[in-house]
Design a protein around this ligand. Structure first.
Ligand SMILES: C[S@@+](CC[C@H](N)C(=O)[O-])C[C@H]1O[C@@H](n2cnc3c(N)ncnc32)[C@H](O)[C@@H]1O
Length: 299
């Protein structure tokens, strides 16, 4: 075998597997792949100064070979590196947490705007909650974004997910006002929090119906992301949300706000549920592709 550089190997790999790669990783360019590979090599303590011009010998002990093998299997890029960009930071991720999605940034922006408005009107220390926090991307971004300290809480039913959130909170602690706090609680939705009151509650819960919607889920998502983060049973779907909304309504201060990401096909029905259980106003927000994606309800 003639020795070749990693740069040449990568170009050959990219052109040989073009179709498969574009099916598995829509929009992936060779430059993005180079960038990912450089960051991955840096994390593996490989010198990246002449990474692409140095000789590459595939071997099962070479982390770069593992990288290419993971790509061929369609393993999500974020899980390969264990990192994902969200809002203004990079977060640790593992197979125990959903890879945070860019559309969820709309939820962070909407929540930030409510918090800023309240901060202009009052010096009160605001209390916020994130239900189903996963990597902690939403709640940590909100803590980072606010000019004043917040008292924050986040729940998840998965202990393993909360470990990832805890790590992210620790890694990003210097980007958060020092007097802010975050309590991470392992519980179902908001159980164990019935004594607490909040100004704002946010959530990106599992919202895909396991039977009705599953065929529309990209197979890479279905194969690798935690089903606990994605799916709910069709038969108990509405009841699952009714319980959640009642808990939320009980725990909001008067005029408190609830913002939730949801499925475009089910959000209108869920708005009805919110109206029926007593929220004073409920509306739907769209994402950048004009699809119904967020519910905003006021107590
Ligand atoms: C769609 S993911 C969202 C993760 C993260 N908030 C984000 O936006 O990237 C849903 C999260 O809810 C958690 N979850 C699922 N069922 C739950 C329940 N009954 N109570 C609390 N959390 C739950 C999952 O473990 C997962 O972390």
């Amino acid at each position: 075998m003639i020795p070749i550089s990693l740069g040449t190997y990568l170009e050959n790999f990219f052109s040989d597997k073009k179709e498969r790669l574009s099916e598995l990783y829509p929009g992936l360019t060779i430059n993005r792949l180079k960038d990912e590979l450089t960051q991955y090599a840096r994390q593996k303590k490989i010198n990246v100064d002449d990474l692409f011009s140095s000789r590459y010998i595939p071997s099962h002990t070479n982390p770069i070979t593992n990288y290419f093998n993971s790509l061929v299997k369609g393993y999500p890029l974020e899980y390969i590196r264990g990192r994902a960009h969200f809002y203004k930071s990079e977060f640790d991720v593992s197979e125990n947490v959903l890879i945070p999605r860019s559309e969820t940034e709309i939820l962070v922006e909407t929540a930030s705007s409510f918090l800023r408005d309240w901060m202009k009107m009052s010096d009160e220390r605001l209390r916020i909650l994130d239900i189903g926090t996963g990597s902690g991307a939403i709640i940590i971004s909100l803590l980072q974004e606010m000019p004043r300290p917040l008292e924050a809480f986040a729940t998840d039913i998965s202990k393993d997910a909360l470990e990832v959130a805890r790590r992210n909170y620790f890694n990003l602690r210097y980007t958060i006002p020092r007097e802010s706090s975050l309590r991470l609680i392992c519980t179902d939705r908001m159980n164990d929090l019935d004594q607490e009151k909040f100004h704002l509650i946010v959530s990106n819960p599992p919202y895909i119906k396991k039977r009705e919607d599953r065929d529309f889920v990209h197979h890479q998502v279905d194969n690798y992301e935690p089903h606990l983060a994605l799916y709910l049973e069709d038969d108990s779907y509405d009841e699952w949300f009714r319980t959640l909304f009642k808990q939320v309504l009980n725990s909001l201060y008067e005029e408190g706000i609830f913002i939730m990401e949801g499925h475009e096909d089910h959000l209108e029905d869920l708005c009805e549920v919110c109206n029926m259980i007593g929220f004073s106003t409920v509306k739907i927000l769209k994402d950048y592709t004009n699809r119904n994606r967020f519910l905003v309800a006021k107590k």
